[in-house]
Design a protein around this ligand. Structure first.
Ligand SMILES: [Zn+2]
Length: 72
């Protein structure tokens, strides 16, 4: 498991705990099932966004793909 996947797990679990099992998609706002969770850079790395927790959010895989064409 990659470091980003570990970070994703950590963020997912943290948000789920804070929101009583709900993990809203950063793109569409709907709940993200664990199997569909991907990690999103709020500010793209190509625009200087960091990989720190405050620049990362959970989104659906399909929402993530719609937003950025390049694979992570
Ligand atoms: Zn979504």
């Amino acid at each position: 498991m990659s470091r980003l996947n570990l970070t994703r797990e950590k963020i997912y679990k943290t948000v789920a705990r804070q929101l009583h099992g709900q993990v809203p998609c950063w793109v569409c706002g709907q709940h993200v099932p664990h199997a569909e969770a991907t990690l999103e850079h709020i500010q793209p790395r190509s625009e200087g966004g960091s990989s720190h927790l405050e620049n990362l959010a959970i989104s659906h895989g399909r929402c993530n793909q719609q937003r950025q064409v390049r694979p992570a």
